[in-house]
Design a protein around this ligand. Structure first.
Ligand code: FAD
Length: 415
């Protein structure tokens, strides 16, 4: 029914992605969860071969010249595979956004094109051991010297790092400036420049996606690998909030859909007290809640995608609010749906006989990464208060005056 949101080309991408996802080997997901695979290159290469990677980017670099609605339609399908595979798909969208929007022609040919063709693998490094939410507090330092940036510092929790050939890295280039918004730059750093990648910790979920720690020790990065202008990282990050958060939002819809379908089918077959458990309202009302949450998430995420497309893919105050709402609502909804699904399956849902427990471990991450849902709240209310000031009073009904006691203005104390 959601095809109503999609035109012919968008439907084509959705159903081709669905077909690709159907054929991803079950064993790949099992091995990734057991950490027998650290980075599934063939999966990314396969997506590229089918023309499903970075569908928003221009055809001349290997994209499909489509838009955000198309990418969300694809992401809903990809999300069925869980967090790691959805993230490896999304990294192309995220890193691609920076290169396509802010990079020069040479950088697009050298990096964007091979990334879209599955010939080069990429990762994004923003978070540091000292923190991820406080973006402008970054300490990973890059000093300009003789045509190079000399990079020192660490980044952590970098998905895809174990397989990546190139990293999009946010670095501090003006540590002494009084305005932190003008202190960060974005560099494309090839692994072969001397980046050390370490697999330091185990993860609760989202395994097999090559998450690791990056160490930079006097790494020499040629000046031409600067994306955009020097100290323009804040501006770039502002735009990057769209792909970072929309990819989380889109993927979460697919994951929630997978959990809901497993639980709903199970409830038609599993019997308790002589009846299929779907006959008990304790069960079927949970299914109703899941369907409603999923549809609400879809409506929000797709309408946000349309807003972004209508603004030529660029960020704005309203878009920032809607993107943050989409990320928060969709990932929270996914978490609730999977928990309901686990409850409906009873004890067997807690075992690895069904994939609900893996989806649940994955889903827990999505409320934390690409900006925590608390940070989403920060942005949502901030943008709304700004919008509120701009609502022209003359056009709106003064609802306050509908109160019976409206004339007691002296009772309206504010200080
Ligand atoms: C498996 C995994 C994969 C990841 N992948 C990547 C990746 O590929 N690239 C990358 O750069 N990063 C990645 N991240 C990092 C992720 O985006 C950060 O963990 C996240 O942004 C939070 O940063 P933090 O962990 O440093 O928590 P902190 O920033 O220390 O926050 C801790 C807590 O404080 C809350 N908090 C902080 N500030 C505020 C505030 N102002 N108001 C209210 N609450 C606040 C947060 O919501 C959170 O609950 C990944 C993380 C994980 C776990």
């Amino acid at each position: 029914m959601y095809d109503i949101f999609l035109d012919k080309e968008q439907k084509n991408i959705k159903y081709r992605t669905r077909e690709y996802v159907r054929n991803v080997p079950h064993d790949l997901l099992r091995k990734m969860d057991k950490e027998e695979i650290q980075y599934p290159k063939e999966y990314v290469q396969g997506l590229a071969k089918e023309g499903l990677l970075g569908v928003r980017f221009p055809k001349k670099y290997g994209g499909q010249g489509l838009n955000w609605v198309a990418e969300i339609a694809a992401l809903e399908e990809i999300g069925v595979l869980g967090c790691s595979l959805a993230c490896l798909y999304s990294l192309v969208s995220i890193i691609g956004e920076a290169i396509n929007r802010f990079g020069n022609e040479e950088q697009k040919t050298k990096y964007l094109e091979p990334i879209l063709k599955g010939k080069m693998f990429c990762a994004e490094a923003l978070t540091e051991p000292r923190g991820g939410s406080d973006f402008f507090g970054a300490t990973c330092l890059a000093e300009k010297k003789n045509g190079y940036f000399i990079v020192n510092g660490q980044k952590r929790f970098v998905v895809g790092s174990e397989g990546a050939d190139v990293f999009l890295v946010y670095v501090k280039t003006a540590p002494k400036t009084s305005d932190p918004h003008q202190s960060i730059s974005v560099l494309l750093i090839e692994r072969d420049f001397g980046v050390e990648v370490k697999h330091v910790y185990g993860l609760m979920g989202s395994r097999g996606g090559g998450t690791g720690r990056l160490f930079f020790k006097d790494v020499e990065v040629p000046e031409e690998n600067l994306i955009g202008k020097l100290n323009m990282g804040g501006l770039i990050f502002n735009q990057m909030m769209i792909p970072e958060r929309m990819t989380s939002a889109g993927g979460a819809i697919g994951s929630g859909r997978a959990a809901l379908e497993i639980a709903a089918r199970y409830s038609t077959r599993r019997k308790a007290f002589g009846s299929p458990i779907m006959k008990y309202q304790g069960v079927s009302f949970k299914i109703a809640d899941c369907i409603t949450l999923l549809d609400a998430a879809r409506c929000l995420v797709y309408s946000t995608a349309r807003h972004i497309d209508a603004n030529d893919g660029m960020n704005s105050g309203v878009i920032r609010r809607m993107v943050s709402q989409s990320k928060k609502f969709s990932t929270d909804a996914n978490w609730q749906i999977i928990n309901h699904a686990m409850q409906i399956l009873g004890g067997i849902g807690y075992t690895n006989v069904y994939p609900i427990e893996r989806l649940l471990r994955d889903a827990r991450l999505t409320t934390i990464w690409t900006g925590t849902n608390e940070i989403m709240n920060l942005l949502i209310q901030h943008e709304y208060y700004k919008e509120l000031q701009q609502i022209p009073e003359i056009e709106a009904r003064d609802v306050e005056k509908d109160a019976v006691g409206a004339e007691y203005t002296e009772e309206k104390f504010f200080e």
